[in-house]
Design a protein around this ligand. Structure first.
Ligand SMILES: C[S@@+](CC[C@H](N)C(=O)[O-])C[C@H]1O[C@@H](n2cnc3c(N)ncnc32)[C@H](O)[C@@H]1O
Length: 275
């Protein structure tokens, strides 16, 4: 199947390709047969992404999200996961417990491509064609037992949009949680200078927002409805990635890396959320 996306939507193929590249290995840190199936069925010059050197790192990153989602579903059977900017993520198939309600919020052009490959399956799996920064998508999601993910998305938004989105989620989903990843400020700068290019020649659109690892605690100041903010370490991988859970303590890696952050919102009963 031919996929003709450009600009930011095309970046979803980079993520998909790396997940599939890792999942093909016998010693993979992520089982993702659906990603392999998709890459095999899409007509796209994946070689421009290079040899998949970043595959394990990508896989560990999404495994970190998966783990948080599984823990959320164990605590909230039948809860709702809202995946902002989901692209061709196959996370539902990795974490499905048979009860989860899953809502994809994506730009219309990306959603059209997703639906051709991964059609909705209501009532458990549905989607909203909207920009995450147009907060009307929040009206389409019930307020109870919600976990929102923004995996590989916020770096493509403008800084005020990121702050408004986090604050609005906190205010609209009492008791909910948002998990997002952020690139460091150094990486944003290198991206804007056009210095990030894959071995195969692909250059993603410039990132707009980033946050240094030590800054995650500042997120709490975005809204009084935020109860706490946690830094999520990557799971342990193989080879040099055996050290992945401690990467944030290694100075040379620290400036280059991404952080994954979980933001928990006050529930109505603990009085932090607006009425
Ligand atoms: C790097 S991809 C990440 C895809 C997926 N989350 C993953 O981890 O594989 C970025 C995704 O964000 C989506 N996107 C970009 N801007 C968006 C916006 N304003 N609202 C919703 N989605 C957006 C793109 O269409 C694309 O699917």
């Amino acid at each position: 199947m031919k996929i003709e996306l450009t600009g930011v939507p095309e970046t979803l193929l980079w993520n998909l390709y790396h997940r599939a590249a890792e999942a093909r290995r016998p010693d993979a840190v992520l089982a993702d047969p659906k990603a392999v199936e998709l890459v095999d069925s899409i007509d796209y010059p994946f070689e421009r992404f290079g040899g998949g050197q970043l595959a394990q790192w990508h896989a560990l990153r999404v495994a970190c999200f998966d783990e948080e989602i599984r823990a959320f579903l164990a605590r909230n059977p039948g809860g709702t996961v809202v995946a902002l900017g989901e692209g061709l993520e196959t996370q539902f198939w990795r974490v499905d417990d048979g009860l989860v309600r899953w809502v994809t919020v994506e730009l219309p052009e990306t959603l059209e491509a997703r639906h051709r490959l991964l059609p909705d399956d209501p009532p458990r799996r549905r989607s909203v064609a909207a920009s995450a920064v147009d907060h009307r998508w929040m009206d389409e999601v019930g307020a109870d037992d919600v976990l929102i993910t923004a995996q590989g998305l916020l770096m493509y938004l403008r800084p005020p949009e990121v702050k408004e989105l986090i604050a609005a989620c906190a205010e609209r989903f009492p008791g909910g949680t948002l998990i997002f990843d952020a690139v460091s400020r150094g990486l944003v700068k290198r991206s804007q200078e056009g210095k990030l290019k894959s071995a195969g020649g692909y250059r993603a659109p410039a990132w707009q927002w980033g946050m240094d690892p030590g800054e995650y605690t500042k997120i709490a100041s975005l809204s009084p409805a935020i109860a706490d903010v946690r830094y999520l370490p990557l799971p342990r991988g193989r080879g040099v990635f055996t050290l992945a859970p401690w990467a944030h303590r290694i100075p040379i890696v620290r400036g280059l890396r991404m952080s994954i952050v979980s933001v928990r919102f006050h529930g109505l009963r603990d009085g932090g959320a607006p009425g």
